[in-house]
Design a protein around this ligand. Structure first.
Ligand code: MCA
Ligand code: AMP
Length: 501
């Protein structure tokens, strides 16, 4: 049997292929036939390039139906999709492209100059452009290709996508996800969340991370459901569109912002059957306020780039605020103490996971991959938590030094390295502090070199040129020295306490 993920989706397209598959914010309609034909054309274009199997196709493009089609066409042609956040700057893109060595890079037309330079230097053979207005060389070239294409024959372990995720030390690692990994999780969530024909997904998430690209889109594709595509999250636009939707997914910041909309009420949500939250902790206040305002209980779930979704609050049973729910069917989740024994209920330990959803390893980093798995094959998530007596998982912290701001991950080490290279900086520490909108915000504490005259504003402006905007500290505090323990290690807990407010 063909394990190709596109073939699986195609087998679930609705009988009425002229029905709407994607509707955009500005009134464009794409039918299932449109999706089928356009992905065939792009897949045929990719196939015409004579690329070897498992070739990576990298994309840093704005959200659009065509961006989703590029992903699907890559699957259909049997290549490996590498989505890149549009906020990434030149140094970040150079790293990802240098590391993954894609043969094809697709970028926004306005970035062609610098992206193509990086891409060709790293050995890419083709750089295409794609804009959110359906312009660019990718579609121009694809137009000349046939609108039919047999999906490539894929084995379950064949790679479908590489998603870069940072580690506690060193640079980002590419999590290799196979057709089998993605299909297993998509089918599980499809059943668990009762996806059904006739659902309408209001899709406001970006298309370059697990949440928007896989969790949201895969559910709609597997149930032949229409998607309403918003180019980005905008709370007023979501309120305007929710009456036409049955499902909405978002990071906690989306729910915080929806609650600030005066027009957001029960009537707006009358047709919605499911609100899903994930990627970062949903505060209990938000969970409760949302029930009061909308009459809906948000379903919180927990996942990672390496593992897709691990746990979910139930669709029909009790959704517990603050908990990330129960292990999904077919996913084994355990909490272990430091001696390698399973923790009892309510005992806190390291969260580990095993299942068909768990990735194939880090791209070209076998030793890093080995470090992150236990001897009996469980992936060590780096999250710390406990199971309660009812079997619900609670995440209580992270052993990895990670900040999640508005659903985007920021690794302090990476920002500290950039800060430390700046003129006049002796050393720095980066921590996450509570933030009403983003959940956590990035804060930098900097020690200046003797005699250096540093300005926070100037440093922030310089950082915006070097790293993705969401990683740039919202504030920089200057201190004479960083607090250290007797081992010489910076005491970040003290910094968090001191500057958290
Ligand atoms: C934008 N900015 C941010 C963030 N986003 N700062 C901190 N954290 C952020 N997340 C900055 C911009 O750089 C800009 O800074 C200013 O905020 C406003 O920019 P704008 O584009 O208007 O941003 P926004 O519309 O306010 O965006 C916030 C957002 C967005 C809507 C929350 O970040 C978002 O859609 N986040 C979703 C991320 C996501 O999809 N995560 C899933 C990962 P300045 O003004 O200084 O230039 S997948 C995952 O985690 C796993 C597997 C899972 O479980 O799902
Ligand atoms: P990433 O691999 O970049 O997608 O980020 C995965 C991390 O996001 C996980 O290891 C968790 O720390 C965090 N995460 C995802 N969903 C949740 C959630 N519902 N609650 C708390 N943390 C979450």
């Amino acid at each position: 049997m063909n394990a190709n993920l596109y073939a699986l989706f195609a087998s679930k397209f609705p009988q009425d292929r002229e029905a709407c598959c994607i509707e955009t914010h500005d009134g464009k309609y794409y039918s299932w036939n449109d999706l089928d034909r356009a992905t065939a054309k792009i897949a045929n274009l990719l196939l015409s390039l004579g690329l070897p199997p498992a070739t990576r196709i990298a994309a840093q493009v704005e959200k659009s139906p065509e961006a989703l089609m590029l992903y699907l066409a890559t699957l259909r042609a049997g290549y490996v999709y590498l989505p890149l956040n549009t906020a990434y700057r030149a140094d970040e893109i150079a790293y990802f492209i240098g590391n993954a060595e894609p043969a094809v890079v697709v970028c926004s037309p306005h970035n062609f100059g610098w992206v193509s330079q990086i891409a060709f230097k790293s050995g890419a053979r083709h750089v295409f452009t794609l804009s959110e207005q359906r312009n660019g060389s990718l579609l121009e070239r694809a137009t000349h290709h046939a609108d039919q294409c047999e999906a490539a024959v894929s084995q379950p372990d064949d790679l479908a996508a590489i998603l870069y995720t940072s580690g506690t030390t060193g640079r980002s690692k590419g999590a290799m996800l196979s057709h089998g990994n993605l299909a297993a999780n998509a089918k599980t969530l499809h059943a668990y969340w009762h996806w059904q024909h006739g659902d309408v997904l209001l899709h406001a998430l970006p298309l370059f991370h697990v949440h928007g690209l896989f969790v949201a889109s895969h559910g709609a594709l597997l149930s032949g459901s229409k998607m309403i595509f918003l180019p980005k999250f905008d709370s007023a636009e979501v309120v305007r569109r929710l009456p036409q939707a049955t499902i909405f997914m978002g990071v906690p910041t989306y729910y915080v912002r929806l609650l600030t909309e005066p027009a957001f009420d029960r009537a707006v949500c009358a047709n919605v059957r499911l609100f899903v939250s994930g990627s970062a902790p949903l505060l209990l206040d938000t969970f409760n306020d949302f029930i009061e305002r909308s009459g809906h209980t948000i379903l919180e779930r927990y996942g990672m780039s390496e593992t897709n979704m691990l746990t979910s609050n139930p669709y029909l049973g009790k959704r517990v605020g603050g908990s990330v729910g129960l292990p999904l069917p077919g996913v084994s989740v355990r909490v272990m103490d430091e001696h390698g024994h399973a923790c009892a209920s309510d005992e806190i330990g390291a969260i580990q996971v095993k299942g068909a959803n768990v990735f194939q390893g880090y791209w070209r980093m076998p030793e890093k991959t080995a470090e992150e798995f236990t001897e009996d094959g469980y992936f060590i998530t780096g999250d710390v938590g406990k199971f309660d007596r009812d079997g619900y998982l609670w995440i209580v912290g992270r052993s990895k030094d990670l900040i999640i701001s508005g659903g985007y991950n920021v690794y302090p080490k990476e920002i500290e390295a950039v800060l430390d290279e700046m003129e006049g900086v002796a050393e720095s520490a980066v921590v996450g502090v509570p933030h009403a909108d983003y959940g956590e915000a990035v804060l930098a504490i900097v020690v200046a070199k003797p005699g250096a005259d540093l300005s926070a504003d100037a440093m922030i402006a310089a950082l915006k040129q070097k790293i993705a905007n969401f990683k740039v500290p919202k504030h920089i505090v200057f201190v004479d020295e960083l607090p250290r323990n007797t081992m010489g290690k910076v005491q970040k807990n003290i910094l968090r306490e001191q500057y958290g407010a």
